[in-house]
Design a protein around this ligand. Structure first.
Ligand code: ADP
Length: 588
């Protein structure tokens, strides 16, 4: 990259560097700071003085040292070779950096974001003479066994193909030449750049109607998130945010996963880095890394790069969405991201808003989640893609009224609320079934009807209302004891207990239990609900003794539903019928 010296540092305050003599610098331009060439970005300009957010440790850098301009905005490189990579917050491959400088990454290392040497077998899907528009697919390379990487016409280019080259190419070799309407020739390589703070273009957004199936029962059945939707997981320390995010990353049915470990403890990210390469995707049986990009910016890494890391991840995710894939992005935790913003804002001496966060916290949060969506991709082939965004939020002390949570709730349509009490009782996932919500239930009901069962939504609603009734009845039991309840009320309590213990409880670390298909979820719940549905009238018979129902041991029977194999739907149906008919024997 060509650079020229422009400014001189006048002040260094942690990740913030102020330089004068920067009159030709532009907002959001990437600069190199000091002769060590630390990567930074201009985030404020006042006359010829620039405020620079530096993405590497600034210790030892001081006034008088130079600043170099690059003329470019902070961008990510997009092309084959992104998948299976571990990146830092500004897309430097961690493995390559380690090779260059050892385990303790030195500063000012400049490595290629995407491998320049590797050759990819490019297979064109257009011919010379074809007319193409921005977003059209020119050809494909098999990036991993799971993902066929589409090489697209870059944004703002359209015209006629004058050259197209198949065969083994590096990302920098020309694969096509497009002549635009002015006769100008554009050389197209497999490598594109995109500024991280600007969302990639699509034709239009669609209403998301397909669920993102995660395999976690409480999420999929009670509070479904749609592919292209946005959800959040707020929860106090230790309630299970990271475990939930990682479980979703492992098992969900998105085709590409971008996982941003943002400001969390290093050992948690190490777990991901060690574990992911070993794991297999339950949907395809292939190693999970074949569809995953990991971005790590742990608490011990520079704070400013944390701010950038979520945008780096988002841009990579949008790029795969544009190819027509269903992509899911997880950010853990967005609170650490907001704290990075707060720290920079403080150093810039901006007017603080609520709890010291900058006044633009709300708009930045909205801007982040709004990049989720189910879209009609650019291009003339009616491709559709989706980007689902799931952000963990760590409110201090679990207080949901704090600004990051509140701003997040304003823009996300799914709230999976983790509850410290449930975690303490070791009920996992510790997601509170009373306070959590989804606004996508209606969206996905058509899909459920077609792919799961006609009554799938009704079974879900039945279960949810029992859980609500249970919480009211518990209040009564606390005040006057179990004896005050009618048999019907006891039936509600017993069924709700079974829903909680046999259905909602799910151990993410048990290989058998960690993933349940949507259809099996339906059948498990249907078996439990068959107790309630068939016993409703029975328990209302005169002088009915609830112990008679308990003696049938139907509750114990439905526990077995979990053990029935996926696909063996007849066995589930038989179990539900068996339970129902055994209850019918109590009819007087
Ligand atoms: P957080 O990120 O909210 O601080 P973690 O995700 O690290 O919390 O979870 C804390 C602990 O809770 C985990 O180490 C694990 O023992 C337990 N846990 C959380 N979720 C589950 C789950 N779904 N299944 C089993 N254990 C869980």
């Amino acid at each position: 990259m060509t650079t020229h010296k422009e400014g001189t540092i006048i002040k260094v305050s942690g990740p913030l560097v102020v330089a004068k003599g920067m009159s030709t610098a532009k907002m959001f331009e990437v600069v190199y700071v000091s002769d060590q060439r630390l990567v930074g970005e201009v985030i404020g300009l006042d006359g010829d003085t620039a405020s620079i957010q530096v993405y590497e440790e600034t210790g030892g850098v001081g006034p008088g040292e130079p600043v170099f301009l690059t003329g470019q905005t902070l961008s990510v490189e997009l092309g084959p070779g992104l998948l299976e990579n571990f990146y830092d917050g500004i897309q430097r491959p961690l493995e390559l950096m380690e090779k260059e400088s050892g385990a303790f990454i030195a500063r000012g290392i400049h490595v290629s974001n995407i491998d320049r040497e590797k050759k990819w077998d490019f297979k064109p899907v257009v011919n010379s003479g074809d007319a193409v528009v921005e977003g059209d697919i020119l050809g494909e390379v098999q990036e991993t066994v799971l993902i066929n990487h589409k090489i697209m016409v870059p944004v703002d280019i359209s015209g006629k193909i004058v050259e197209i080259h198949s065969g083994n190419k590096t990302v920098e070799e020309v694969v096509a030449v497009i002549e635009d309407e002015n006769g100008k020739h554009h050389k197209i390589t497999m490598l594109q750049k995109w500024p991280i703070r600007i969302s990639r273009k699509s034709q239009s957004k669609r209403v998301p109607i397909e669920p993102l199936v995660t395999g976690t029962r409480i999420l999929d059945t009670l509070f479904p998130l749609a592919k292209g939707g946005a959800g959040c997981i707020p929860g106090p320390f230790g309630a299970g945010k990271t475990v939930t995010q990682q479980t979703i990353a492992k098992y969900c049915d998105a085709q590409v996963i971008v996982y941003v470990g943002c400001g969390e403890r290093g050992n948690e990210m190490t777990d991901v880095l060690m574990e992911f390469p070993e794991l297999k995707d339950p949907n395809t049986g292939e190693p999970l890394m074949k569809r995953t990009v990991l971005i790590a910016n742990t608490s011990n890494m520079p704070v400013a790069a944390r701010e950038a890391s979520v945008y780096t991840g988002m841009t990579i995710a949008e790029y795969y969405r544009d190819m027509g894939y269903n992509v899911a992005l997880m950010a853990d935790s967005t609170s650490r991201w907001a704290e990075a913003m707060r720290e920079m804002s403080g150093r810039l001496e901006e007017m603080p808003g609520e709890e010291g966060y900058p006044a633009y916290l709300g708009s930045r949060t909205a801007g982040f989640y709004e990049r989720a969506g189910a879209v009609e991709c650019l291009g003339s082939d009616d491709r559709q893609g989706s980007l689902t965004v799931i952000g963990a939020v760590s409110p201090p002390g679990g207080d949901l009224s704090e600004p990051v949570t509140q701003n997040t709730l304003r823009v996300t349509k799914v709230f999976w609320g983790l509850d410290a009490n449930l975690a303490r009782r070791r009920h996992f996932p510790a997601i509170n079934w009373l306070s959590s919500y989804t606004l996508y239930a209606d969206n996905v009901s058509g899909y459920w009807g077609k792919n799961v069962a006609d009554d799938a939504m009704a079974v879900r609603e039945g279960a949810m209302s029992l859980l609500q009734e249970e919480s009211k009845l518990e209040e009564i039991v606390r005040l006057v004891g179990m004896d005050a309840l009618s048999p019907k009320e006891r039936l509600v309590l017993e069924t709700a207990k079974s829903i909680r213990e046999d259905f909602l409880f799910q151990n993410a670390f048990d290989a058998e239990d960690a993933y349940t298909s949507l259809k099996k979820q339906y059948w498990m719940l249907k078996c439990i609900m068959s107790i309630y549905n068939s016993a409703q009238d029975i328990v209302e018979q005169e002088e009915f003794d609830f112990e008679e129902l308990k003696k049938l041991r139907v509750m114990e029977k439905v526990v077995k539903a979990k053990e029935i194999e996926e696909g063996n739907w007849d066995a589930f149906e038989a179990l539900a019928k068996e339970v129902a008919s055994s209850i019918q024997t109590l009819k007087k």
